[in-house]
Design a protein around this ligand. Structure first.
Ligand SMILES: O=C(COP(=O)(O)O)NO
Length: 249
């Protein structure tokens, strides 16, 4: 398989200039495995992207938490993929469940965003995942399949894609998926990609888990064969993010 472990930190809408500087100081001092073992990306709010890029250790990369669906222009309040490229920001998270829910980002809209960001040369972390209601109704893979199809319909090249499976019921709740639950969905995602994209992409693409990951549960989750890393929310704002990165060892 040989998929390099990937740990993303999604800072969401958090931080002040002072607090993010302090957080970067902690991250810069953290002892973590080398870059050939783990890839680390942190995603600050837009307003801190240049600052964090200038302060962050060179073995960590920076991501935006969103990007507009087409070339910039008369789209008040939006940030374009071109502007992220211009700032030297290599990664972008797209289709996070909070944006899908709060801003009604449809599967098709997310798929178009992923395709456009890749076309502009960004590396992309598309997010998929089901709500508790959908899981309890046995619809988990129906939902995720629809989300994946909307992406696969528009994406030709997958080498710059890291897929994040983030069950909505685990995000911010402290109710982390069990290792078996995470592994089961990751396997089903990989099987879907094998059948609908290619076996090669399915074996290469990294599928990372997000939803209440912390320093206490990261190791067991990391040892699941199809869990290739994490997209961490709350715990990425704390020193324990370093412990989560160490789960790559
Ligand atoms: O939304 C998340 C996960 O958030 P938590 O780790 O706080 O559950 N990652 O993008």
């Amino acid at each position: 398989m040989g998929r390099k472990f990937f740990v993303g930190g999604n800072w969401k809408c958090n931080g002040t200039t002072e607090s993010v500087k302090k957080l970067v100081e902690v991250l810069n001092q953290g002892e973590v495995p080398s870059e050939d073992i783990v890839e680390v990306v942190v995603a600050p709010p837009f307003v801190f992207l240049p600052l964090i890029k200038s302060l962050l250790r060179s073995d960590f990369a920076v991501a935006a938490q969103n990007a507009w669906v087409k070339k910039g222009g008369a789209f008040t309040g939006e940030i374009s993929a071109e502007q992220l490229v211009n700032l030297g920001i290599p990664w972008v998270i797209l289709g996070h469940s909070e944006r899908r829910a709060l801003l009604n980002e449809s599967n098709e809209f997310v798929g178009a965003k992923v395709a456009y960001a890749l076309e502009q040369g960004l590396k992309v972390i598309p997010c998929v995942g089901e709500t508790l209601e959908q899981r309890e109704a046995g619809k988990t893979m129906d939902v995720i399949t629809d989300q994946l199809k909307a992406i696969a319909d528009k994406v030709e090249h997958w080498e710059n894609v890291v897929l994040a499976y983030e069950p909505v019921w685990a995000i911010g709740t402290g109710k982390v998926a069990t290792p078996d639950q995470a592994q089961e969905v990751h396997v089903d995602i990989r099987k879907w990609i094998a059948a609908n994209v290619s076996e090669d992409v399915a074996s290469q693409v990294r599928i990372i888990y997000g939803g209440s990951v912390n320093g206490g549960n990261a190791n067991e989750l990391a040892h699941q064969p199809d869990v290739d890393g994490f997209l961490v929310g709350g715990a990425s704002l704390k020193p324990e993010f370093i412990d989560i990165i160490k789960a790559a060892e």
